[in-house]
Design a protein around this ligand. Structure first.
Ligand code: GTP
Ligand code: MG
Length: 457
């Protein structure tokens, strides 16, 4: 990865496909020179004003009519000189405009290179840079709002405050080194302990919302499994509020794994409806059963559906065994509650120990208990309803490490250890927190983050 060299880079910034407008952008010291060469713009453009111009190739042939926008650094997205050309949004047009820029001396941008430059030039910190990619890829409005807040600095501000408190603490601990070990004023030690306790509380609060934030951003997979004809497809349709899956009274209706996404508290839930599980000699059905097993393997939550209007059968035990083999948290749904009942919740609990047991009537779209159990199983329940501040595993991991480091500092302080012992943990926390905002980010970390971006961002 090029890091902050003076190359001028260019890329198509809009998706490849036809659209009203497509944008080609450049960043770097020669951005304006290259743009003037391909547009034959005679006068220097006014910063941040749209100029209608023509893009021509090296032979002078017209390529497109475009709006040129010049944003000189450092007040630009990347902190460098940026030029954007808003062209007609056709893939061939945009490709040709880009080729003109490359022929005039620009280099093709790598994935995320514009945002990497913005980070390296101090226009945004690392958490904000990551938020750019999250905002673009947000699967639901809730995930989008979390990313927008992160881009605006909500997470960065909180992390920076905690890191600054740790740095202050280090200074205080270093001052103590001047004292003889036994002469450290007790008041100072009490203050150190209080600061460490307060930091732990703040880290705990940030981590508390992380699981929900991560689920909202990445979503989870849930699989509906069970014997034939128990109402799996009907439950899927009720959860989706649409007639997506075919429902009939014939056992073995669903032959393949169906996949649809619905939203639960802002989190995208990918729902798999599967073929009913039974010992079968029908080769098509047999394949379906194999696919059910695979869907279970990839599931974050497994829902075992039972028909409460009939006693448990061998196939139910077969399905329960499959669910138990999957490591995911399980829910047992007693369906068809509208019919005379042959099953009680405790039968389901015995069949699938440890599972949450809920009652549903898919026929009447009564799936409230199932929704609630799904919330609990994936960590959405009990949330304060507010938006998560942490929505990435990387940030969660760094916060956890910071908390662990401070915990060892607290133990050292409680044991009356010398101040440089306490400092070790505090310094570890400073580093871990700095990985979130980028102060202590290594090149390989930056590579890992920005290589996931799209080109042109
Ligand atoms: N009375 C009643 N009937 C239901 C309920 N849920 C589903 N059914 C009926 O049960 C039958 C089977 O429903 P499906 O949703 O196709 O069951 P399935 O588990 O997907 O079946 P396979 O795909 O064959 O494994 C249909 O006739 C549904 O109308 C319910 O809550 N109450
Ligand atoms: Mg079905």
């Amino acid at each position: 990865m090029r890091t902050g060299d003076a190359d001028t880079i260019a890329a198509i910034a809009t998706p490849l496909g036809s659209g009203g407008v497509g944008v080609v952008r450049m960043s770097g010291a020669r951005a304006l020179a290259v743009a003037r060469q391909v547009t034959r713009l005679r006068r220097r453009p006014t910063p941040r004003y749209a100029h209608l111009t023509r893009v021509v190739d090296a032979e002078g042939a017209l390529v497109d009519e475009a709006l040129l926008l010049w944003m000189p650094g450092p007040r630009s997205y990347t902190g460098e000189d940026v030029v954007e050309l808003s062209c007609h949004g056709g893939p061939v047009v945009l490709r040709r405009v880009l080729d003109c820029l490359l022929a005039a001396g620009a280099h093709p941008a790598g994935p995320g290179e514009f945002t990497l430059r913005a980070f390296l030039n101090g226009r945004m910190d690392l958490a904000q840079a990551e938020a750019v990619a999250d905002l673009v890829a947000a699967p639901t409005p809730a995930a989008m709002t979390v990313a927008a807040n992160q881009l605006a600095g909500r997470l960065s501000d909180a992390v920076r405050e905690m890191r600054a408190a740790c740095v202050d603490l280090l200074a205080q601990l270093e001052a103590e080194v001047d004292f003889d070990e036994d002469d450290v004023p007790a008041a100072d030690r009490a203050e150190v302990a209080a600061t460490l306790a307060e930091l732990d509380r703040r880290l705990e609060a940030a981590l508390a919302s992380a699981r929900r934030g991560i689920v909202q951003r990445h979503g989870v997979r849930a699989a509906l499994v069970g014997s034939p004809n128990v109402g799996k497809s009907s439950l899927m349709n009720a959860l989706l509020s649409s007639d997506r899956a075919i429902v009939t009274a014939v056992p073995g209706t669903t032959r393949d794994v169906l996949e649809e996404t619905f939203e639960l508290d802002g989190a995208p839930i990918v729902l798999n409806d599967t073929a009913g599980l039974r010992a079968t000699s029908d080769p098509v059905e047999h394949l379906g059963v194999e696919r059910t097993a695979r869907a279970l393997e990839g599931a974050d939550v497994a829902v075992l559906v039972l028909d409460a209007s009939r006693p448990l059968l061998g196939n139910d035990a077969l399905a329960a065994a499959q669910v138990r083999r999957a490591a995911a948290p399980a829910i047992a749904a007693l369906n068809k509650r509208d019919l005379p009942q042959a099953l009680r919740p405790r039968d389901a609990a015995r069949l699938l120990p440890g599972a949450a047991v809920v009652e549903t009537t898919a026929l009447a779209n009564d799936v409230d208990e199932l929704r609630q159990a799904l919330r609990a199983a994936i960590g959405l329940a009990g949330a304060d309803g507010g938006l998560a501040m942490v929505a990435s595993v990387r940030h969660q991991d760094a916060l956890q490490r910071a908390r662990g480091e401070l915990a060892s500092a607290r133990r050292a302080a409680a044991d009356g250890e010398p101040s440089d012992f306490i400092s070790i943990g505090v310094r570890g926390a400073v580093d871990a927190l700095g990985e979130i905002t980028g102060e202590s980010a290594t090149e390989s970390l930056l590579d890992a983050i920005f290589s996931k971006f799209c080109i042109g961002k």
